[in-house]
Design a protein around this ligand. Structure first.
Ligand code: FAD
Length: 157
């Protein structure tokens, strides 16, 4: 069986324009992510909040690395800082080719609580705490109203 890897990073958003324009750009990023990740067997979650991104990528090591190399070159963000890149026993987001966090009021509220506890310094957050917060938010958003949709074939697990 192929070993599973998890990569967690944060970055600074360079997405320009007003709030609506930023939302449109991030929606395009999420669409491309879901399309590509479903093909590559990559799952995870993406947070966009207060000018920052945080993302969890998980899957076979080669697929995670290839995806992350593309992401790192993307001019829509900068200051990409890896918090974690290591083998894991299981996926945290097995049903999400890319869950988008923070699209719902509840998600924003939960993220706000977490960000307050960590003094809003996304670059200094610990990988495990960030991962746990994203998981909690995605699970909360998953029922009854999801902003992310399950999109990964069962074979990718
Ligand atoms: P495309 O179909 O080329 O792009 C999708 C949309 O984005 C199109 O509308 C296109 O016009 C627009 N676009 C593409 N590149 C740019 C650009 N440089 N500047 C402005 N608009 C552009 N990709 C993944 O595959 N998986 C991920 O998990 C993932 N996560 C990301 C997280 C962040 C924070 C960012 C910034 C990007 C992420 N991406 C991810 C996107 C990745 O960087 C590449 O843009 C994408 O993988 C290219 O794939 P594509 O050719 O299929 O997308």
């Amino acid at each position: 069986m192929t070993a599973l890897y998890r990569l967690v990073y944060t970055s600074r958003s360079l997405v320009g324009g007003d709030e609506a324009a930023q939302e449109r750009t991030v929606a395009r990023i999420v669409d491309a992510s879901r399309r590509n990740n479903a093909r590559a067997g990559v799952t995870g979650a993406l947070l966009f909040s207060t000018g920052s991104f945080a993302q969890v990528l998980e899957g076979p090591r080669a697929a995670v690395e290839a995806t992350f190399e593309r992401i790192q070159r993307d001019p829509r963000h900068s200051d990409v800082g890896v918090l974690q890149c290591e083998p894991v026993a299981a996926r945290g987001f097995p049903n999400w080719s890319m869950a988008f966090v923070g699209g719902s009021p509840r998600g924003r509220e939960l993220w706000g609580e977490f960000a307050r506890r960590t003094a809003f310094d996304i670059g200094r957050m610990e990988a495990d705490r960030l991962f746990a917060a994203l998981l909690q938010i995605v699970e909360g958003e998953d029922a009854p109203r999801a902003t992310a949709r399950p999109a990964l074939a069962a074979s990718a697990g």
